[in-house]
Design a protein around this ligand. Structure first.
Ligand code: PRT
Length: 112
């Protein structure tokens, strides 16, 4: 499953110069960065609302929050692609942080 990001990354790269009439991703690129950022914001809001429903047991199977998080991640990948940024540095950044306590990292930052 983890290679889906790499496979999706390849498709997104191809879509940067594809026909907007035949590709949703290409249509986002054609509309520009502001439209892509609007979608990221919209999907973030929808994720928050779905998470609230899940927490209130209104969505027992968490289907909506899973689907909305996928929409948010997908549109974030389109944003990176539009800026010419590969998704792999993001994965590398998460790998670099792996095992470093957020509390320790914050304490090191504030003592600088
Ligand atoms: N993973 C996704 C994916 N997730 C969500 N979406 C689309 O994202 C859109 C967002 O949903 P909304 O309800 O907000 O959309 P909407 O109301 O139609 O959009 P707006 O009019 O508000 O812009 C929907 O059209 C979804 O189909 C995706 N579209 C594409 N992909 C992947 O990207 C690949 C390339 O897609 P195309 O560029 O369309 O070929 C696909 O093969 C998939 O792997």
């Amino acid at each position: 499953m983890s290679d889906i990001l790499d496979r999706l990354g390849e498709v997104l790269e191809q879509r940067r110069h594809a026909d907007p009439d035949s590709s949703y991703v290409a249509s986002l690129h054609a509309k520009g960065l502001n439209k892509i950022l609007e979608k990221v914001g919209e999907e973030a809001t929808e994720t928050i609302l779905a998470a609230k429903d899940s927490a209130a047991d209104l969505d027992e199977n968490h289907q909506a929050v899973v689907a909305e998080t996928a929409d948010l991640w997908f549109h974030s990948l389109v944003m990176l692609s539009h800026l010419g940024i590969d998704h792999r540095p993001v994965l590398e950044e998460l790998a670099r942080r792996f095992g470093i306590s957020g509390l320790d990292e914050k304490a090191a930052r504030t003592s600088e």
